[in-house]
Write a protein that binds this ligand. Structure first.
Ligand code: HAM
Length: 424
């Protein structure tokens, strides 16, 4: 037989990494409950049509798709938002608004594997459905700020933009939606020359080119400059105003934004309003991103329902934590090894183990059938705190030997007092 490896882009998470992922997921869950987002669990496999509608060319091309045995074209979810939009038009249709959902789990994209970029990765996703108000957008950014802080990250910064600025200019100049999407896709990749080649109208082109020059260190000033730059483009100017109100709210909420990007675009096609990403200085890939998508639910056959949301890349957050030495403080549980002195006492050892576990103590039972000395040596090597030695002589008095492996001391302890003694 060959030795098997994981499929390219897929990873095993060994215990330390799995612990870290569980920690980050826990902080995402805690954030969800503090902000009133209720968890929903949706399938990993969804209809291709659902996943591809409005996700954008980039994601469509990188989707894992296949035919199931019923000849349906399906895909592995590349994100959660389309599944939640599906729910908003079906099971959650009559829920009172706003609806706040939280999801966490694996998503799949056929990206080129490299550091921080995998084909299977984990996201925590928050969606706020049913309002177009700016405070909803602020909430999505503030909860992201909370998550970053809760996992111990420092110096992270938000990059903020509004797709309505570029789309507003393009629409006014009668650029069709397909071309608009193509322009934004290229802008997302910073291929500005490629993006501008798609535009025929000279005035439109010079407004777009000019927008690249508007950024300053002062975010309010940048928003103001965008507003004056797009004067005459009604929708684009409205978008610049929205950006300003959002900046004000975020500053009031204690989460100042570090940069406003006039030519900022994101790979996903469904965005209609503000968009944002969060970064740390040590990594040039986003730890999370999101934005407003007011037309997606309608496109899925629901009523016109505005919505906004974010997804956090949990693998990248873990990477960021490692880079900033922000490893979680783990509460170390005491570990106990239970060792029967003879083969015949296996059952008794098992009973004592169960009793300790019921009291919340971590127990590793000797299952290798090793002799006492070997078992104790092994426990020592694995940095177990206590060994409980189950022997005939002590059992007669309902007792066992409790050995503190670090101190190399041992005492006979009654089984009824064993868990208390270990915990003390
Ligand atoms: P996204 O920007 O495509 O947004 O993904 C969110 C985050 O997932 C990224 O910021 C990044 O941290 C992580 N990520 C993306 N691709 C990879 C990869 N190949 N490997 C590791 N991590 C990755 C969305 O998914 C939208 N659904 C966000 C949203 C929710 N917008 C509105 N609601």
């Amino acid at each position: 037989m060959p030795t098997f490896k994981t499929v390219r882009g897929m990873r095993d998470l060994l215990p330390d990494d799995a612990d870290m992922l569980t920690f980050v997921m826990g902080k995402a869950r805690e954030t969800a409950s503090l902000y009133g987002y209720r968890e929903v669990i949706t399938p990993v496999i969804e209809p291709y049509e659902l996943l591809s509608a409005k996700s954008g060319e980039e994601i469509r091309q990188r989707m894992f798709t296949f035919k199931d045995m019923g000849n349906r074209t399906v895909g592995l979810r590349p994100e959660f938002t389309s599944s939640i939009a599906r729910l908003a038009t079906t099971a959650l249709k009559t829920e009172p608004k706003p609806i706040r959902t939280f999801s966490v789990g694996s998503v799949y994209r056929y990206d080129e594997p490299q550091r921080g970029r995998y084909r299977e990765f984990f996201q925590s996703d928050f969606e706020l459905i049913g309002t177009s108000n700016t405070e909803a957008d602020a909430e999505i950014i503030l909860l992201t700020d909370r998550l970053m802080r809760a996992v111990g990250l420092r110096n992270y910064a938000f990059k903020l933009g509004h797709v309505g600025v570029i789309r507003g200019i393009l629409s006014e100049e009668n650029v069709d939606e397909k071309t608009q999407n193509a322009v934004l896709q290229r802008m997302d990749k910073k291929e500005f020359d490629e993006a501008f080649k798609l535009i025929k109208n000279n005035e439109c082109l010079s407004t777009l080119r000019g927008s690249l020059e508007l950024k300053t260190d002062d975010v309010f000033q940048t928003a103001e400059r965008i507003k004056s730059h797009v004067e005459g483009y009604c929708k684009a100017a409205e978008s610049a105003d929205e950006l300003k109100s959002l900046l004000t709210l975020l500053t009031e909420g204690g989460c100042p934004v570090k940069s406003v990007e006039p030519a900022f675009a994101r790979g996903l096609e469904y965005y209609t309003g503000m968009i944002f990403e969060v970064y740390i200085p040590e990594l040039d890939i986003a730890l999370g991103g999101g934005g407003r998508y007011d037309k997606l639910i309608e496109l899925f056959g629901g009523e016109s329902t505005p919505a906004t949301g974010v997804a956090h890349g949990l693998d990248r957050i873990m990477l960021a934590m490692q880079m900033q030495n922000a490893a979680p403080m783990k509460e170390r549980k005491k570990r106990v090894a239970v060792v029967p002195v003879t083969e015949a006492l296996k059952g008794e050892a098992l009973k004592v183990s169960q009793l300790l576990r019921e009291a919340g103590i971590l127990v590793e039972l000797e299952v290798m059938g090793r002799k006492m000395n070997r078992a104790l040596e092994d426990a020592d090597r694995r940095k177990v705190d206590y060994a409980v030695i189950v022997g005939e002589r002590e059992l007669k008095h309902n007792a066992v030997v409790l050995r503190n492996l670090a101190k190399r001391e041992q005492n006979v302890v009654e089984i009824s007092r064993l868990s208390k003694t270990i915990m003390s």
